[in-house]
Design a protein around this ligand. Structure first.
Ligand code: Q0Z
Length: 287
């Protein structure tokens, strides 16, 4: 059997392989997307940063919720995972009003059936984090749904279970990150069910691709916040007047270097380890 197994899926910036009947390999590339377009220029080590962060969070949240992590590969960009039966919803938690949450609030005063107080501004912190499930769109954008719609897809009891797990995970990680100067404004989880019917956290956890990371020191509600990791890329793309359709622009080397440095900074602040030590020995992030 080949080391990476048979290819079973592609995301915009990740690949999925089957190792055997009950194990998968999740491989994070160095590709970066912005405005929903994958750019032709890679960010060196981005996939390793995201893989290391995901593994770090899986280990540290294992007592809050079981997860699919089995091992980190020596390449630092691949995770061996338990193969699960995936639930057909995205589990999003929002602690701040951004993205589609802000859009829906402006249109209706609600997000996924959560009525919010009047007068909130873009990027405001919510009094209490909210669980805002979404459909998994094969192509295009996930669509926010109410808990009733989620119940129709996975059942009332499973919704209660994923909501409680999602909120507990978000509270833990957002408190931890805030102490290290990073606001996790929102985050998206995917859960699966194991052979015994138990809920298991899958996919990636609290990476800058699955979450909005904001620098805490410049937080200023009332407008969109700069992204901790992708802001140089966005600013550069905006400066070109690119129409945000495929293909995207090549990135100049200073934008690549600055963006790589931001990913490494997020890794080092959150893990309290040097990224070079991770590159030397990826398994060290599990301890
Ligand atoms: C994750 C995805 C990616 C393409 C399926 N533990 C699991 N068991 C079963 N299925 C999955 C997982 Cl993580 C699973 N995805 C998302 C990831 C490339 C699609 F890297 N799809």
């Amino acid at each position: 059997m080949p080391e990476v197994g048979t290819h079973v899926g592609s995301g915009k910036v990740r690949e999925l392989y089957a190792l055997d009947g009950d194990r998968l390999l999740l491989v994070a590339s160095d590709r970066i997307s912005t405005f929903d377009v994958v750019l032709p220029t890679e960010i060196p080590d981005k996939g390793r940063v995201l893989t290391g962060l995901s593994a770090f969070w899986f280990v540290r949240t294992g007592d809050l919720c079981a997860n699919h992590l089995l091992a980190v590969r020596p390449d630092g960009r691949s995770l061996e995972c338990r193969r699960l039966k995936m639930l057909p919803i995205e589990c999003v938690v929002r602690g701040y009003l951004a993205g589609s949450g802000w859009k829906d609030y402006q249109a209706s005063g609600e997000v996924c059936g959560h009525a919010l107080p009047e007068g909130l501004r873009e990027s405001d912190r919510l009094a209490t984090p909210i669980f805002t499930p979404a459909t998994k769109a094969e192509t295009g954008h996930d669509e926010n749904i109410t808990r009733e719609q989620a119940s129709g897809l996975i059942g009332v009891e499973r919704v209660a279970e994923v909501e409680a797990a999602s909120l507990a995970l978000y509270r833990f990680a957002s408190d931890y990150a805030a102490e290290r100067g990073i606001i996790i404004a929102d985050t998206k989880f995917e859960f699966g069910i194991d052979e015994e019917g138990r809920l298991v956290l899958a996919d990636e956890a609290f990476t800058p691709d699955s979450s909005r990371f904001w620098p805490a020191d410049s937080y200023a509600p009332g407008a969109a916040q700069p992204s901790f990791d992708k802001q140089f890329v966005r600013d550069y793309c905006e400066s070109l007047g690119w129409d945000k359709t495929d293909p995207g622009p090549e990135l100049p080397e200073d934008v690549v270097a600055g963006t790589r440095a931001r990913y490494v900074e997020a890794f080092e602040r959150l893990t309290e380890r040097s990224f070079d030590a991770y590159l030397d020995e990826p398994e060290s992030v599990l301890r």
